[in-house]
Structures are given as structure tokens and as C-alpha cells.
Write a protein that binds this ligand. Sequence first.
Ligand code: HEM
Length: 404
Amino acid sequence: MSRARPSRRKVDPEEMVNEAFLKDPYPFFADPRRNDPVHWNAPTGAWYITRYADVFDLLVDRRLSASAEGETITRTPAEGQVAALVHDFFGRWMVFSDPPHQARVRETLHHVFTSSSMASFQSEVARISADAVAAFRSSGQDLMTDLTIPFAQATVSALLGVASEEFDEVARWSGELMGFLNRSSLEPYDVRSTLQAIQDLTDYVVATVLPRGYGLAVPILQSALRDGGWDPVTVSATFAQLLTGALEPVSNALGIAVTALQRHPDQRRAVREGHVLHTDVVEEAVRFDAPFHFAARRAVADITVGGATIHRGDRVMLVLASANRDEHRFVAADSFDVRRGPVRHVSFGRGGHYCLGSFLARQEMAVLLSELDRQWPELQVNLARTGRSPAFGATQLRPAPILA
Ligand code: HEM
């Protein structure tokens, strides 16, 4: 689309694609949030909505669609065909689709995530946490590699019926899918490896996971395929969304929580002494550093926000990570503070796409943090060697070695 965009303030258009942004977007959102809160960014071809009030409202605005249309720059027509198959797969994910498809899938999966179902899963999560921390305590060297990632993997394995010896391969497919999603869509992208991962994952789900019947969510997926009119690709796409949704955000948010507490010894002491709940640490960790930075949408009607007109067809990024740092909504928004009390952050979204796994994510994280305090209260991570990997739209922590 070649329509000229209004720009009330000059924002360096390269900002959102350079290395510094990919490693830490927060400083880049601070200025648009104050001066250009509905910001058109030409290089990424999208509007960025950075204020809490706007993000909060637009998350439930039906003039924005979550439906993902194909947007991959390919070099040949053959690659274009591969890209179409890849986009078809992602278009079946709840988070990238609208009702009725999204509502149908969500309604089916809802039974997995009810509070009674989650309550029965809690003992499993507690056992996994205890084992994960014990193994980390005895031979772990790195917070991410040896604790938060294997913990998130073990939990999602129990949810999706993945056997431990299968996990390396499943994690590789998940990494391929996340690599595709976490690119900025500005560069040509070789989608062949993404399609291969999709095909391998679909074969694995249909031929191995479903017949085995093990895993909290598996009977529901099984009956959706058998009696619910779902085809194998929709089952595999749903499996993939649960897999990716449950791995990286949980392990990264745990890494954020542990390192942030270590940076604030007074807060860490308050948690350890029981003055602050682990559930409050979880809320503050995901507010402070939202694992997913954007809720991506497309306008299906013209929308006026903050004096700017978003036209039908335009891409819109609701910047959850920026909304959570809005100084008009949160006192000392850039500070990590587990004592700030109930906060209505938007890290799990809002409305029809509100994170289906939020209860599980919160439960998992609180249980692991409390187990860590119980088994290894004096744990010290080498903060000088921690940091983020470059990623568009997500927080990804590098390995975080512990101090011997
Ligand atoms: C800290 C961990 C997590 C964070 C921060 C997170 C964040 C989010 C966000 C922001 C959305 C909405 C996106 C949008 O509106 O476009 C979402 C949707 C979703 N999440 Fe999570 N998530 C987490 C963990 C999980 C877990 C553990 C699962 C499942 C096991 C899960 C499953 C889902 C699903 C299925 C959706 C799509 C819901 C829909 O579109 O109807 N998430 N998540």
C-alpha cells in the first residue's frame, strides 16, 4: 500500500529493525509513547500503539482482526507456494485467527484449561518442579539451560504427551516455528525448513502422540480429530500453538523473575521471608518484561486513535510490552517492584484472545519459584553474563550461568 502516513514526529525508521532494538526494545518505545503513541513505522509496515489506554481498548476492538495473512518475502514462485502452506498452518492457530474458527478451537480446548482440570494437574506440576530444582541443585550450571527450559519442557510434555526422549526433536521443530514468527518479515526468509518442521510435527502428532493417548490435552485433540471434524493439520497447528505458547514465554519469564529478584536483594528477602507471595513475583515479572511484546492485528475498518487514522487493511501492533511500562498507568513503570500490589498488566492480552494458558503459566511459575526458594535460597546467577538474544516481538534470554 503506497498511501502516505501522517507523522507528527520524526522517529528513526530504522529503529525497529536494528540490533539494539531487537535486544532491548523498551528504550525505543518510551519516546513514541510520549510523543507519537500511534506510530506508523514504514520499514516494518505497521502501526505501533504504545500507550496502555489505547492498547487496553484496542485489544477488544472488533475492528481489528487477528487473522494472519501471508507476509513473507520470497525469492521464487516455488518459495511463494511453500510460504502459502506455511501461512495456512499458522492461520489455523487461535491467536492468528478470528471467530468462527478461533472460537470453535478455543471452545474445544477450554475443557483442558478449566480451573478443575488445572487443579488436578497441580500435583503433577509440583512434582515436576521439585525434580527440576533438585536436578539443577545437584549438577546445574546455567539457570536457563539447566532449570527454566527443562522445567517448561517437562510441564508441556505432561500437557501434550511428549516422551522425554522425543523432546529434543520436538523442541527443534518448535524453534523453527518460533524463528519464523520472531522475524521482522522484512528480509527474504527461507520457508522450506519451516514447512519441513510443520510436516514432521504433523506426522509425529498424528502417528505417535494421539494413538498413545497420554497427556492432559491429548484426549481432547484425539476426539477433535475423530469426532469433531478437525483435520490433521488443524490438530497439529493447535498442538504447535500450545507447545510454543508454553515453552519460551514461561522459561524466559522465569529467567526474568529470578535475575530481577537477585538485582533487588531487599525484594528477594521479602519474598523468601513470606512477606510477598510468589504469585506477586510472577505478575511483576511478566509486567516488567512481557514475554510477547505485541498482539498483532489487521484493521478491518478505518479506526481513528489518538488523532491518527488507521486505514482498513493496515497492520497494527498493540505493544503489550510498552503498555506495561506506561507511566500514566503504573507508578515507576520502569522499575521492578514485587510490592506494587494487584496490577492489571496486559502481558496475557485481553478479550477474546486472552491467553488460554494463563492460569497454567501462573501456577507453573509460582510453584517453581517457591521450590527454588525452598531448595536453593542462596542461588546466585552471574548477572554480568546474563542478557537478551536479539528477537523481534519476544523476550528471549541468553544462557545465564550460575556462580559456583
Ligand atoms: C508467561 C507465559 C505466557 C504469556 C506471557 C502468554 C501470553 C499470551 C498472549 C499475550 C496471548 C494473546 C495474544 C493476542 O491477543 O494476540 C496469548 C494467547 C494464547 N496463549 Fe499464552 N502466554 C503464556 C503462556 C501460555 C501457556 C502456558 C499456554 C498453554 C499451554 C498458552 C496458550 C495460549 C493460547 C492457546 C493462546 C491463544 C488464545 C486465543 O487466541 O484464543 N499460553 N498468550
